[in-house]
Design a protein around this ligand. Sequence first.
Ligand code: SAM
Length: 239
Amino acid sequence: MPQDTFDERIAATYEARWPELFAPAAIDPVVDFLAGLAGGGPALEFGVGTGRIAVPLRRRGVPVHGIELSRPMAARVPPDAGVGVTIGDFATTRVPGDFRLVYLLRNTITNLTTQDEQVACFRNAAAHLEPAGRFVIENYVPHLRRLPPGETVRPFTVTPEHLGFEEYDFTAQVAHSHHYWIADGTTETYSTPHRYVWPAELDLMARLAGLTLRERWAGWTREPFTGESEAHVSVWQKG
Ligand SMILES: C[S@@+](CC[C@H](N)C(=O)[O-])C[C@H]1O[C@@H](n2cnc3c(N)ncnc32)[C@H](O)[C@@H]1O
């Protein structure tokens, strides 16, 4: 991920730009699911951001630590929340201790834009887990079936205030997400590269890291994962 992707501008407006992520209906099922797996913890969040999930998980009694590349995002984890943050790249940064649970939310695996980095992320998760510990990823299923032949650009949101397009580079397996926010006659832009990846490739990365698939759901309330699912929550176990 480019170092400045989650810069001060995005960190300061993270909740305002994606308010749906902060609704109790979005947070509670994630915390329920993770707390159930952690069984008291400890847990490690890769890409902890502003602590959107880590803070309520800590309140649920699970000790949580985070690894985060962006200092502006990490600076917004409330200092009195009891969530420690190590600044670094979650593909390579090691923190002390063994964890019962490592988790990576909101498509953040795709912020690693090469296969090598994603493989390293699985290895790093495995290195942090105690025996039989779990690694959880929430990610989208790539939307390539929605692209007509010959097209490389797909809109994912079109409202008067927010336009979003994905622009695909099929050879690199990377999609650039372009956002345009329109307010008060001005347009603000934001673009990020994502290495999209199918569940089967993630399973292979898990195997390379000594992890085995235990659960795959379409969502946090354990909806069945099917060929039509647009997202998945996957759980791999060490050993
Ligand atoms: C989409 S946000 C999600 C934040 C938080 N997990 C949440 O659910 O609200 C992705 C976060 O991962 C961080 N991130 C992306 N790539 C990273 C990397 N390689 N190492 C550490 N943090 C990374 C970003 O800076 C950002 O804070």
